[in-house]
Design a protein around this ligand. Sequence first.
Ligand code: 3SL
Length: 244
Amino acid sequence: MKISVYHAPEEFPTAGTFDCAIAIDVLRATTTMCCALEAGADSVQAFSDLDELMTTSEEWAADKRVRIGERGGKMMPGCDLGNSPLEVTRDAVAGRRLFMSTTNGTRALNKIKPVTMVLTAALTNRQAVVDFLKDEQPGAIAMVSSGWEGSYSLEDTVCAGAVIDGLMPVLPKDWMGNDEAVAAHALFVQWRDSLDVLLQQASHGQRLLGLGNTADLEFCAKLDIVNTIPIQREPGILIAHARG
Ligand code: 3SL
């Protein structure tokens, strides 16, 4: 395995050849996705564009869909839920498709969707992702942070580092695909015991705290509490892969 980390979707090289690409948006899209699929959602369909989300989801019966729309941390009009992992309960999502558009997370997914193997990671499902990669042994892996509107985010980078740390015992000596991957691992090693504090200090953490999302932040900082990995079944549509 050779691992590269990209700090924003815009940095993902279109010409690169990867066997596996992983979208990361700890605050909060990829945390919400793994929680929703673990709670029994049928699938997640990701959209960059909200109008497209509305049009496509119209084709589904109202009791078979959940519309999740977020911009700037706030729920968008016409949607059923914002982007909180605490709201995707069994009652709210079981058996339904989530139609989801968020500021950065769904953009990252859109960017990597041509890759053969696409999954999403968060701190909450980190160990499940590590176990999956150990089983599948993809050669070249790209971890793509969602960042914030094209720029770096601490929480996504520390999550990439957490996945690398879990894989470390099985990685070859030349596992580092770029310098960002080495830096992501160092960030996780430094903060592994205080991920909640790191998320509170991160700029998007501050933004969410300002909007009153303290409980979401606490939840998103928890390591290895979700066993489900969202995995792409067809471009833009993710289903659950449960850890065996
Ligand atoms: O940027 C995103 O995709 C969102 O996850 C942002 S928020 O946490 O819902 O504000």
